[in-house]
Design a protein around this ligand. Structure first.
Ligand SMILES: O=P(O)(O)OC[C@H]1O[C@H](O[C@H]2O[C@H](CO)[C@@H](O)[C@H](O)[C@H]2O)[C@H](O)[C@@H](O)[C@@H]1O
Length: 277
């Protein structure tokens, strides 16, 4: 399978560097919408067929595999069977949680999360949220999903203002996503999480790849672009969908959703293996 061609020179430089010096490469991925297809019930999300096996094959070849997700780390590990992949780091809750070798570390949860847990059902009743609007309690944060409402986008729009007001009272930040608004602790995002990881693994020939599909991935795109401007080659990959245009406009490479990401993993592994000769 040929390696897809990035549309920027910056992306091409990074891909070349990854293929030439894989042992120093940091390959990082979002989970939902990137490694796992979007489904209507968040509990049904699973890695796209073949993705976990491809991560297993890539793991011994590259410097570090990293998953940076809005999910709790252990949920992503379970849904992606990621504990079967060696050398993988899973950063949950946008980088607040760190899962490595079966152990999770994380800071304490701010009291605002309990306040949101208590008030959210009443807020949805008062806002007359339609049938299908659902709360996902992620422990360290809560998300309101509208994908299963009759008109998901209108339902989401109607909730933006009251949810922002509740987040403000609770001292939390609002994280909008694909038919979801999440209220979560401040102080970390996928960009900061990626920077910390790259700092831990930076070598003379390091290059970084980050693939994502949603607005929460933009800070990671920013981080890759900043690293590239500072001399560490980086490529941003958009797992394309018809729900989010912003990422595709920004990315060095756009692939066709999780199947496209799976193809990219295969192509990358084949190129790395061929280059090693
Ligand atoms: O950072 P990610 O790994 O992309 O996680 C972001 C959110 O993903 C999940 O919601 C999204 O995927 C669901 C399953 O396909 C879908 O039903 C929903 O509409 C999407 O927004 C997850 O449920 C959230 O907790 C994550 O924050």
């Amino acid at each position: 399978m040929p390696l897809p061609e990035p549309r920027s020179a910056k992306g091409a430089t990074a891909l070349e560097r990854i293929v030439r010096y894989p042992a120093e490469a940091v390959l990082s991925f979002d989970f939902d919408g990137t490694l796992a297809p979007i489904v209507s019930d968040p509990r049904d999300a699973r890695a796209y067929p073949g993705v976990t096996a491809e991560l297993q094959r890539l793991a011994p070849l590259v410097g570090r595999l990293v998953i940076i997700t809005g999910r709790p780390a252990e949920v992503a590990v379970e849904y992606g069977a990621l504990d079967s992949v060696e050398n993988i780091l899973v950063l949950g809750h946008y980088g607040l949680e760190r899962w490595e070798d079966g152990r999770v570390t994380a800071p304490g949860t701010p009291p605002g999360v309990a306040l949101v847990r208590e008030e959210l059902p009443g807020l949805l009743r008062k806002a007359q949220a339609p049938e299908g609007v659902a709360i996902e309690d992620k422990g360290r944060s809560l998300a309101v999903h509208t994908r299963r409402a009759p008109d998901p986008d209108s339902a989401l729009d109607a909730l933006r203002v009251p949810l922002a007001a509740l987040a403000q009272r609770a001292g939390l930040t609002v994280e909008p996503g694909r038919r979801v608004i999440e209220l979560r602790p401040d102080g970390m995002d996928k960009g900061a999480a990626l920077n910390l990881t790259v700092a831990d693994h930076r070598g003379e020939h390091t290059a970084v790849l980050y693939a994502g599909d949603d607005l929460g991935d933009l800070p990671a795109f920013d981080a890759v672009d900043r690293l590239a401007a500072e001399g560490t080659p980086g490529i941003t990959v958009c797992s394309g969908s018809d729900e989010v245009a912003t990422l595709a406009e920004r990315a060095d490479l756009v692939v066709d959703g999780p199947p496209g990401v799976a193809g990219l993993l295969t192509a990358l592994r084949e190129e790395i293996t061929a280059a090693a000769g």
